[in-house]
Design a protein around this ligand. Sequence first.
Ligand code: RFL
Ligand code: PHB
Length: 393
Amino acid sequence: MRTQVGIIGSGPAGLMLAQILHNHGIESVILERQSRAYVEARIRAGVLEQGTVNMLREMGVHKRMDAEGLVHDGFALAFDGRTERINMRELTGGSTVMVYGQTEVTKDLIDARLSAGGMLKYSAPAVAVEDYDSARPRIIYEENGQRQELICDFVAGCDGYHGVSRQSVPADKLTLFEKVYPFGWLGILSDTPPVDEELIYANHQRGFALCSMRSHTRSRYYVQCSLDDKVENWSDDAFWDELRRRLPPETAAKLITGPRLEMSIAPLRSFVAEPLRFGNLFLAGDAAHIVPPTGAKGLNLAAADVYYLSRAFIAHYGEGRTGLLARYSDACLRRVWKAIRFSWWFTSLMHKFDDDSLNHRLQLAELDYLTSSVAGRTTMAENYVGLPFERFE
Ligand code: RFL
Ligand code: PHB
């Protein structure tokens, strides 16, 4: 089989890239290791930055998001018995975020892809990318137990942290940066009304907690847990009790609890692979970088990569300009590192670290400073709504 752009992975990065390319008359094939049902059931991120929302609207995959998504003007930081609101809209001159689950974004993108007649192969794991330095890179993949080849002009590695794209590059061509945090997030999804209209990030002596949501009737909550904790150790009641303990009393009193729809533990990691281009192989999304979820940047970073990469392909196929392909890695990484920094900083500010009580008092002092200064609130707000995309043309 042959195509213009071979895309490995049908997460948000691969699906968004395919949709934009399709809208510009560029052909692609998506290879996905998992089944459609598996991909559509994964519970992940919940907050879309303005730039991601704009991209989904521009690519025409916005109807359900605009009908069902919740626009949030602000969020709260709870610490030391106080709850302080960060008014994003006011502090950033009008920017907001959209609460709309990654699961729903993925479903909408799959529907758009299939109704456009685009090729999306499920249960078709890529096993290697070969000859990416040549003009005929090849993706080797498996389908029904058979070895197959997809020959492309370009390969987009959108196959997440554990994917095969990055692993197809010799180790001496990559520089890796990684930090694993000494805790995880235990998350619950439940069909209960959210405790508040906006998200609440809580710094508490027992550990971090987050109140989030998917809709007016579906909540998503997290508590910081230890790395060796297991979902089996947590009954629903134990989760709700622990969450209540970490929230301000007036919030805890309002909490409506119910049975879990899902419960899972996510480890926290900061990771960057440099560069993002190897000949005609381009990495995008979690294949290239991971952030801890504090600040909800993972999905949005994947979208930003696709913004740059799609423009580079459009300039190449539309006008024969290759300059943007050459600049892709640097342009992306400048923005990636700022999001890596923000997510690391917000994680460090909000979580309990084993070390010492001094650390906790320093966190409280910083939160006090940050929320009482316009400059502090503004820096928080402008990072949370998402830093602007660079001009890339
Ligand atoms: P994805 O979504 O991981 O998609 C990659 C896709 O590639 C497939 N794949 C392969 N396909 C073919 N051949 C192979 N060899 C393949 N290897 C892998 C995978 O099956 C998958 O379908 O990456 P993408 O598109 O870059 O999107 C990134 C986002 O999904 C990610 O940044 C966020 O979801 C991160 N993340 C969260 N971010 C938040 O902002 N808030 C959250 O609450 C949040 N929770 C999470 C998360 C990521 C998680 N993962 C990856 C473990 C919770 C989890 C569990
Ligand atoms: C979520 O709703 O899953 C969520 C929201 C905000 C975050 C992380 C996760 O910072």
